[in-house]
Design a protein around this ligand. Structure first.
Ligand code: ZN
Length: 279
């Protein structure tokens, strides 16, 4: 479901096996959305504390830089109240509204307040704020260039809502998910495995809002962002591919047509359709 931290190339590829997930229950996003008229995406980087807490506790693992911050918090929360720790796991953290219902608040406000007062949480929060600021800085530094590249790569005339909401979690607890494709809500948090990592993967998650949710569309998104955008931003080449291991066979098939696609008038959505039709 999510990105994992690994340091070697081999483990990096494995890491993407469990890369970003589509957790939205929204369907038919694209049926009625004809991409129209460009507007540059405005990202709001948000640190929502209930989501940070639940996501960190539900993942129950951490790695990479500052991993002990997340583990210490998980251990503290477990020791503080095992019953509540177990109970919060029942809530689907991809549905942010679940974390603000009266039932949830009645159940967890006291527990969460105790957690928030701990030194373990304060450290987690502080590092997440710093990471959030770093993400925003990287995104904004790259925005004009990455937007131009994405228009060239996808040939889509993007239409965005006023705000694309990015819910940030601690980067040692890997996260990368299109939470709500229709409303452009994205969850993100991971240490980078290559330069401009957040830029590449935020575009990946954004593209999920424009594409269908089948494997071909996902493989095409990976070709466009994990690979083509990454290569152009970082002045490097591919293959080998970056992306979910399970989608690599599809990416092999797509790659044979990818160069032709790039030089054509076809946009990314239609390209995915032609690949689907050819299988
Ligand atoms: Zn994805």
């Amino acid at each position: 479901m999510n990105l994992c931290i690994h340091l070697s190339i081999v483990s990096l590829l494995l890491a993407f096996y469990t890369s970003c997930s589509i957790t939205s229950n929204i369907t038919e996003v694209n049926q009625n959305r004809t991409p129209s008229f460009t507007s540059i995406p405005q990202l709001d980087f948000i640190l929502e504390e209930n989501y940070l807490i639940v996501y960190t506790l539900q993942r129950g693992s951490a790695d990479g830089k500052n991993f002990s911050t997340a583990l210490d918090f998980q251990n503290y929360a477990w020791a503080l109240n095992k019953a509540k720790y177990r109970e919060q796991k029942k809530y689907d953290n991809s549905e942010l509204d679940n974390l603000h219902t009266k039932k949830f608040r009645d159940n967890f406000d006291t527990y969460f307040e105790e957690l928030k007062n701990s030194i373990q949480y304060k450290k987690l929060y502080k590092e997440t704020v710093e990471y959030k600021n770093d993400c925003a800085k990287e995104w904004n530094k790259n925005l004009n260039k990455s937007f131009e590249l994405m228009k060239k790569i996808t040939k889509l005339h993007f239409q965005f809502p006023k705000s694309v909401k990015i819910y940030i979690t601690h980067p040692a607890v890997s996260n990368g998910s299109a939470l709500d494709r229709k409303n452009f809500k994205i969850a993100w948090g991971d240490w980078g495995h290559f330069p401009n990592y957040s830029t590449v993967y935020l575009w990946h998650e954004i593209l999920h809002s424009f594409m269908d949710i089948d494997d071909v569309s996902h493989a095409v998104i990976q070709m466009a962002t994990d690979n083509e955008l990454r290569a152009r931003l970082n002045n490097t080449t591919f293959p080998p591919f970056v992306g979910h291991e399970s989608l690599k066979p599809l990416m092999d098939k797509i790659y044979s047509k990818w160069k032709t696609y790039l030089n054509s008038e076809m946009n990314l959505i239609d390209f995915a359709k032609t690949i689907n039709d050819s299988l």
